[in-house]
Write a protein that binds this ligand. Structure first.
Ligand code: XIL
Length: 487
């Protein structure tokens, strides 16, 4: 069974199709009307998975089922894959409900999203009572068993909500009784990679949609994982939001994770409104904003709403002061928010697919061997290095433009510079690969970015860390394929 839309492949194929359409339009000098799709999944096409949280009881509701199949290209089990549901006793797994959802997804050509393997909440009592090696054994068995049963599931929330709301500190849950303490997170990721080398491994949390202490903690954690080769492929932003409070820096925040080489999901979107003060237009504006961020500004792999209609939502019981957070109302009537979301997808202008999709995954980010350097560029080169420091943090994002001032094409490039203030780069970077030895950094072209024609410029981007906040002087001398460049 293969329920996964082959998004990557389709996305690449879609480019020539669009180019052909554009060419046809140019010849006939007629601008084709933009085809307006009526469903979310059709409007998103192959650019982004559109998901919904669901459960067997809802699949059995005809109104939910119709809308679910029509509008969504991905489903997440709202509860049925959580430990207490799927593994209630040490030697007893209970797959029935998760299997029903798998069948539904397959019948409707939907992606099935794995939520969630390791979480402090909705965990079976027996596992909460374990510690030390017994907890590690249980975790490994659980991850392996569940992941190897649902082999069609590509994206997994391997660890859910591991950071607390207290200034970015790790959550003090029973998982800290693991023999590695806080290392349980990377232990879980390693078990997941071993169980399913083909799967995409995500961390997922709420209140990390903005730049703040909690998301910064994840950012540092993920950077560290990438540097040390701990397997991590994606970041899930739950986005349980309040109307009127979409964070202004949400796109910037998601993009900094994307720029690390991760795929990005909005995993549990809902936008709740105060009971008795329901501003449907405000809510529509907010949905429009989040869909726009994810679809157009970030290029999320997927966006999942946490339930289909207001009558299904967890919000009523969890936040009694709020309700009505979803796209359809209690009677399954589409709300203004639905139309706003559909409009974003229909009019969208998503970013191109990341060039990194042809590169090795971020966890194996060694640059190509540098032994056979191409010859020095004839005629010289110039380099423009710019670093943007992140406010209040030693992190920075650098963009380096390399211009060929010579009269012949450069085929393959390697740029070397030295840092003078203890800065470090975070491999792999984008549009090329960076690596560091001592204070010396080497940037090597990506396979698709190897030629610089005479007068042409290529870009190399990466994130890095200064030794302390604000202490990030630009390097002043560069060599390209062994020859000094002006800067
Ligand atoms: C919620 C479900 O929607 C509820 O039905 C259940 O009672 C509690 O959990 N973060 C998550 C989700 O990762 O699994 C939670 O789902 C909502 C918050």
């Amino acid at each position: 069974m293969d329920a996964l839309p082959r998004r990557r492949t389709l996305r690449w194929l879609a480019v020539p199709a669009v180019a052909a359409l554009a060419a046809a339009a140019a010849v006939s000098l007629v601008t084709p009307a933009h085809a307006q799709a009526n469903t979310l999944r059709d409007a998103a096409g192959n650019q982004m998975l559109i998901g919904v949280a669901t459960a067997p009881q809802w699949i059995n509701n005809q109104q939910h089922a119709n809308l679910n199949a029509a509008h969504f290209s991905s489903i997440t089990a709202e509860n049925d894959m959580k430990w207490a549901e799927i593994h209630p006793q040490p030697n007893q797994y209970s797959f029935g409900d998760a299997d029903q959802l798998r069948n539904w997804a397959a019948q409707n050509n939907q992606n099935y999203y794995g939520h969630t393997l390791v979480w402090h909440s909705q965990a079976a009592g027996w596992v909460q009572g374990l510690s030390g090696q017994a907890l590690d054994d249980a975790m490994e068995d659980h991850i392996t068993t569940v992941m190897q049963r649902y082999t069609e599931i590509e994206y997994w929330d391997v660890v859910n909500e591991s950071v607390s709301d207290n200034n970015g500190q790790l959550r003090q849950s029973f998982w800290m009784n693991h023999p590695d303490g806080a290392g349980y997170i990377e232990a879980a990721l390693r078990y997941a990679r071993a169980a399913r080398p083909d799967a995409k491994l995500c961390l997922n949390d709420y209140s990390i949609d903005n730049i703040g202490a909690k998301s910064n903690r994840y950012f540092t954690m993920v950077q560290d994982f990438l540097q040390r080769g701990v397997p991590i492929d994606c970041m899930g932003f739950q986005a349980h939001l309040i109307a009127g409070q979409v964070p202004g820096d949400m796109a910037q925040n998601l993009n900094r994770f994307k720029n690390l080489g991760l795929e990005v999901w909005v995993t549990e979107l809902d936008i709740r409104m105060p009971v008795g003060n329901q501003n449907l237009q405000q809510q529509a504006n907010d949905y429009q904003q989040v869909f726009d961020i994810c679809y157009n500004q970030v290029g999320c792999t997927g966006l999942t709403v946490w339930g289909l209609h207001d009558g299904q939502s967890w919000v009523d019981s969890t936040f009694p002061e709020f309700d009505s957070p979803l796209l359809w109302n209690d009677n399954f009537q589409a709300k203004p928010a639905f139309n706003a979301a559909l409009q974003v997808l229909n009019n969208g202008n998503p970013p191109p697919p990341p060039p990194s999709s042809n590169n090795p995954p971020p966890s194996s980010n060694n640059p190509p061997p540098s032994s056979n350097n191409p010859p020095p560029p004839p005629g010289g080169c110039s380099v423009n290095y710019q670093a943007n420091n992140w406010g209040g943090s030693p992190g920075f994002t650098a963009n380096v433009n390399i211009t060929n001032n010579g009269g012949s094409t450069i085929n393959g490039w390697q740029l070397v510079w030295n840092y003078t203030a203890g800065q470090s780069v975070t491999p792999p970077g984008w549009n090329g690969t960076v690596s560091q030895s001592g204070s010396t950094v080497t940037g090597v072209n990506a396979p698709w970015n190897s030629t610089i024609p005479p007068g042409g410029t290529v870009n190399l981007g990466f994130n890095g860390m200064a030794a302390s906040v604000g202490n990030n002087p630009n390097p002043t001398s560069f060599t390209l394929n062994g020859t000094p460049c002006s800067s």
